[in-house]
Write a protein that binds this ligand. Structure first.
Ligand code: SF4
Length: 378
């Protein structure tokens, strides 16, 4: 079949295991023994066997996330990737990312990832300061990270993301800027910089934390782009910064509403205008993964109004903004005929700006982005 005719499809694979739970984390993840991990991978392979082969689609990106996908034996990850290549049509230049934590990587593991076509590594560092890492309940030190980073470079990874966290308890503005510079100096290809959100149900929720005040947090965020800019990174999304042409293709696809299939516990999908997610109950997942219809929950068929809202608020997360032409091509309707009043309001108060056929958030707008985006819900 002519490849060009194939529609893109992204894959997300969830690996819910971690060495230990971090004190701020509310992701679907936790520690588990080897037996449990193997049982999970068998279930994952049953799910992959059972889902449609999407013969009219081309897999453009695969993102193995978690949890900490670098915890299980790399042969298990490799077997899943082999199965995916056999089942689906994988684009020759597909971006294949794995998330990994410092302290869980060694040379042979990295080599096995590369041998299975993984070409992007996302390292969860969070902070280069051991005091902050300890406070967050992370398993690794800055020195562990440095070792993992240089092992990855030596193995041949030329596309590495580093996750950093701002607004950590007791963090100062100067401390954050120092963290940014320390990490940028290592010259990774990509940096994701998120601020800590204290979630209910986590140990952090129960603690009396000395969090930076709103004004400090504002300045931390505001100056991140400028500091990383000095090192050759450009901001392409609210929390993401990349060297030239090295944005994360998987995440861009998500913000541009490319269809994606989520595999594994709790994984979400968007397929042919339907959103759904797999069960987040491990026992149910393991028992029923060979029957995808039994593990899929929260099915929601998106109407035109939902899709328009998503098109706007996901698109506005990106610095390049939303194209008027792309909107019209997708919906057959002019963006101004639908959102004329909302656009007018936010353009007039300086939250949005229009340029070269696109509308995007201004710096001022980024700080109140949730409020601006909410106005696009029809
Ligand atoms: S390593 Fe990541 S997924 Fe695992 S507990 Fe920590 S923050 Fe959560």
């Amino acid at each position: 079949m002519e490849n060009r005719a194939k529609k893109p499809l992204e894959l997300y694979i969830h690996i819910p295991f971690c060495v230990k739970k971090c004190d701020y984390c509310d992701f679907l993840s936790g520690p588990a023994g080897k037996e449990r991990q193997m049982e999970y991978f068998r279930a994952l392979q049953r799910e992959i066997s059972a889902v449609s082969d999407f013969s009219d689609r081309e897999i453009t990106t695969v993102f193995i996330g978690g949890g900490t996908p670098s915890v299980p034996d790399p042969a298990l990850v490799g077997a899943v990737l082999d199965q995916i290549r056999n089942k689906f049509f994988m684009a020759p230049d597909a971006e294949i990312t794995i998330e990994a934590n410092p302290g869980t990587l060694y040379k042979e593991k990295l080599q096995e990832y590369l041998a299975h076509g993984i070409n992007r590594l996302s390292l969860g560092l969070q902070s280069p300061q051991n005091r902050e890492l300890k406070l967050l309940g992370r398993i690794h030190t800055w020195e562990d990270f440095l070792e993992s980073f240089s092992l990855a470079r030596e193995a041949g990874f030329s596309n590495i993301n580093i996750d950093l966290m701002s607004a950590i308890p007791e963090q100062t503005y100067e401390g954050w800027i120092h963290n940014l510079r320390t990490v940028a100096e290592l010259s990774p290809e990509h940096i994701s910089a998120y601020s800590l959100i204290v979630e209910e149900g986590t140990p952090f929720w129960e603690k009396d934390l000395k969090l930076p005040d709103e004004d400090t947090e504002y300045r931390m965020y505001e100056d991140t782009a400028a500091v990383l800019g000095e090192f050759g990174f450009h901001q392409y999304e609210i929390s993401n910064y990349a060297k030239k042409d090295l944005e994360c293709r998987h995440n861009k696809g998500y913000w541009q509403r490319t269809d994606y299939l989520g595999l594994g516990l709790g994984a979400s999908s968007l397929l042919d205008h339907v959103r759904f997610s797999n069960t987040d109950r491990m026992e149910d997942y393991i028992r029923n993964s060979a029957f995808p219809e039994k593990i899929r929950c929260n099915l929601e068929t998106l109407g035109e109004a939902d899709e328009m809202a998503e098109f706007m608020f996901l698109g506005l997360r990106m610095a390049e903004g939303v194209s008027f032409q792309a909107f019209e091509e997708y919906f057959g309707k002019n963006m101004e005929s639908i959102y004329g009043d909302v656009l007018k309001k936010h353009l007039s108060i300086g939250m949005l700006e229009k340029k070269d056929g696109k509308v995007f958030l201004t710096r001022k707008g980024i700080h109140v982005s949730n409020g601006v985006m909410a106005d696009f819900l029809l």
